[in-house]
Design a protein around this ligand. Structure first.
Ligand code: BGC
Length: 759
């Protein structure tokens, strides 16, 4: 008969035989896993009827309510579930929980496009660190961001989440964000890898492009970010690339990402992305999110029938375990659920002000002088500020500071009866436009915003008499699931917005008073037809929850604007080369997550497939040769001071060249400047359009320079940075010959130049 001691010994020896993650080697843990456990680990827990957690688009109730998903725990092997949550502008979790009086608000930081407009890696890193701290303190392990798809076309509905039309600026900004978040002890997920440049039919669209455009434009930013910041994870995109779904693309996920770039983290799918689960495992897409029962079944079947080698599965399992052991949840971190939201509000306020771009400032309209005491704020968005875009890039923040409140906080008086008029109108409109409570997607879609109004003549006369200056705020919002439209109210001003702008400008100018336009937008809008009307234009972007305070800081001059455009503002949409192949006029009959696509027998241009016929001619790479089509150029942004650039030098050494230049603040107030280094390659002549006229190769933001103060900066270019992709050679090639380094504060206008030779 077995004694009690014998029983205990038996149990202990059994436990000793069951390896535990963290205590025993990953090899031993994998060796102890059943096929079923392995397959469960490579797909998330969002499997209705399988794990008990229901597969809601981007929201789980597991562990951290409102997070996007969790991985599968295997308690007998000491493998915990880890938590993944959006997104690029701050952590997205549910702000309230059932039977819990506490709140779980997160900070809405500025959208990605604004952060890229700072051209300030150190600042972006600080934003990332604050964001990462909220991830850590709310019990989340991996933040699903940053997002760095290229602004191929200004009407992509998610451009606000993304950084730039330029891969270098995108890659450097993403690298800074990853470093910042990960220094808080949590992971990131670079997304959406790759060539995810439209929302229309995003789950089945086939992006068709040359290897050169793929390498130079669409992969380059990811390459930079992977090499410079080693993100814990990467999220593959929904779309196909030249016929193969990104998550099923082994060349992309294994040969290029890991083989060429040295990525050692995990790749996860976008939510419900990809079709063929065993193909995804084989491609090196380690984790399938949020996880579906048929994925489980097909992978188990494929291993059993030998069509998927178990080694492929084991490799992905190993990478997921290597990720899990790094996470705070695995390490038993006791999160507080109480991050320092006040400190993070200060970070978002500062970063938002630094990314705002002063597009026009005639007659020194800004900063507001001592004579300006009372302000009349026109435009719905002055009272209902848009802090960010919608969809998974949204954040559940506790508040958003409106422009009106920001101005009041800065000590300005404003026209209160005008404010009352707008508020009453906005309340009535919001009631009328209430989202359909029976539509579960409504929370993800841009809400219908109040229609613009034009105050009547008498009201306008009162406003002019009672204020020293007018602001006219124009707002736009967009988000996941839909692209923007080439329509009034989106790309174009509505008739009412135009009338409002004209009426206000006429009335204020007649009284010798100035008008400032504030653009509260997530992406490019048409500006060429109206930019002559106001005295100043401040591009405030979607500036996060402290937006109104950040705008007021810039208007008042507490912050001297130093943001620069991360994209070209084209005068005419149809001049943008990609607009010939973009669904700007498509009205969708079906929600995007029920994909069409060639598998389903449809083959509609720009919907089921999109041809990237413009190739590498994206943004300034096209407009440099067609400057007449530019409304505001790439890299452009004014300051309240002036800067002089001098003493350019190019010194060869090491693996490339060092370009030096001195920047002097030659104006009246302290300010920062962005030093932009472009390089023109030997073939970059007007009659040899194979090369762009010039390309951004490095940039740096100066310190805050006092009037009269100078700073000498050094920018590095490696030989490899000068290479172009050669489809013929199937590789990167650096041409020999004479290059020109061009340095300045914008892609257009005066640039200092220096020649150098590559032998
Ligand atoms: C989006 C991703 C996001 C995921 C989880 C998807 O719909 O495309 O960017 O991270 O949902 O919410």
């Amino acid at each position: 008969m077995m004694t009690v001691a014998g029983l205990l010994w038996g149990a202990a020896s059994c436990a000793a035989q069951t390896p535990q993650l963290g205590k025993h080697s990953i090899d031993r843990v994998i060796g102890a896993m059943t096929l079923e456990e392995k397959v469960q680990l490579v797909i998330g827990t969002g499997m209705a009827g399988f794990s008990g957690d229901s597969a809601v688009v981007g929201a789980t109730q597991n562990l951290v309510p409102g997070a996007a998903g969790t991985t599968w725990p295997v308690p007998r092997l000491g493998i915990p579930a880890i938590v993944l949550a959006d997104g690029p502008a701050g952590l997205r979790i549910a702000p309230a929980r059932t039977d819990d009086p506490a709140t779980y608000y997160c900070t809405a930081f500025p959208v990605g496009t604004l952060l890229a407009s700072t051209w300030n890696s150190e600042l972006v890193e600080r934003v990332g660190h604050a964001m990462g701290n909220e991830v850590l303190e709310y019990g989340v392990d991996v933040l699903l961001g940053p997002a760095l798809n290229i602004h191929r076309n200004p009407l992509c509905g998610r451009n606000f989440e993304y950084y730039s039309e330029d891969p270098l600026l995108s890659g450097k900004t993403a690298a800074a964000m990853v470093r910042g978040v990960q220094t808080s002890g949590v992971g990131t997920s670079l997304k959406h890898f790759a060539v995810n440049n439209q929302e229309t039919n995003r789950m089945a669209n086939d992006a068709r492009l040359s290897d050169r455009a793929l390498r130079e434009i669409y992969l380059k930013g990811f390459e930079i970010a992977v090499k410079e910041s080693q993100p814990w994870t990467i999220m593959s995109s929904y779309n196909k690339i030249n016929g193969t779904y990104a998550p099923e693309n082994r060349t992309l996920l294994t040969d290029i990402l890991r083989g060429e770039w040295g990525f050692d983290g995990i790749v996860m799918t976008d939510w419900f992305g990809g079709r063929n689960a065993p193909a995804m495992v084989y491609a090196g897409n380690d984790l399938l999110m949020p996880g579906l029962p048929q994925q489980y079944e097909t992978i188990v079947a494929a291993v059993k029938d030998g069509s998927l080698a178990v080694e492929e599965l084991d490799r992905n399992v190993r990478r997921i375990l290597e990720l899990i052991v790094k996470t705070p949840r695995f390490k038993g971190y006791k999160f507080s659920n109480a991050p320092d939201l006040a400190a993070h509000a200060a970070v978002t306020r500062e970063s938002a002000a630094e990314g705002m771009v002063l597009l026009k400032n005639d007659g020194g309209a800004l900063p507001l002088g001592p004579g300006v005491r009372n302000i009349a704020a026109f435009g719905i968005t002055s009272y209902d500020f848009i802090s960010g875009g919608t969809g998974s890039g949204d954040v559940n923040e506790a508040y958003t500071v409106s422009l009106k409140d920001g101005l009041a906080n800065a000590g300005y008086g404003f026209d209160t009866s005008l404010a009352a008029l707008y508020q009453a109108h906005i309340n009535a409109e919001n009631e009328r436009n209430k989202p359909d409570p029976d539509n579960p997607l409504a929370a993800f879609m841009p809400r219908v915003r109040a229609a613009e109004i034009v105050p009547d003549k008498a009201r306008m006369a009162d406003a002019v008499a009672g204020s020293d200056i007018a602001l006219v705020t124009i707002g736009r919002t967009s988000g996941e699931f839909a692209d923007r439209r080439l329509e009034k109210g989106d790309w174009f001003l509505t008739d009412t917005e135009r009338t409002l702008l004209e009426t206000v400008c006429k009335a204020y100018h007649a009284a010798g008073k100035k008008v400032v336009v504030v653009l509260n937008v997530g992406g490019v809008i048409e500006t060429a037809s109206w930019k002559a009307l106001p005295d100043a234009i401040l591009l405030a972007w979607q500036a996060g929850q402290e937006g109104g305070n950040s705008v007021a800081d810039v208007l008042k001059g507490a912050v001297n604007p130093s943001g620069k455009l991360p994209m070209t503002f084209a005068a005419n949409y149809l001049d943008i080369p990609s607009s010939a192949n973009f669904p700007y006029d498509h009205v969708s009959e079906k929600p995007v997550f029920f994909p069409g696509g060639e598998e389903n027998g449809t083959s509609e241009r720009n919907i089921d497939y999109t041809e990237y016929k413009e190739d590498i001619a994206v943004g300034y790479r096209y407009f440099d040769r067609h400057p007449q089509g530019i409304s505001f150029p790439f890299g452009f942004g004014l300051s309240y001071t002036t800067f002089e650039f001098s003493g350019i030098s190019v010194t060869p050494g090491g693996d490339g060249y060092t370009v030096g230049v001195t920047v002097k603040n030659s104006g009246p107030v302290a300010g920062k400047e962005v030093v932009q280094l472009y390089v023109a390659a030997p073939g970059a002549t007007a009659d040899a359009p194979d090369k762009p006229a010039k390309e951004l190769k490095a940039y740096v933001k100066t310190n805050l320079l006092k009037p009269g103060e100078s700073q000498t900066v050094e920018l590095r270019i490696a030989h490899t940075d000068l290479a172009s992709w050669s489809d013929a050679a199937d590789g990167w090639m650096t041409d020999r010959g004479n290059y020109t380094a061009l340095v300045g504060s914008c892609s257009q206008g005066t640039l200092l130049s220096a020649a150098f030779e590559v032998r």
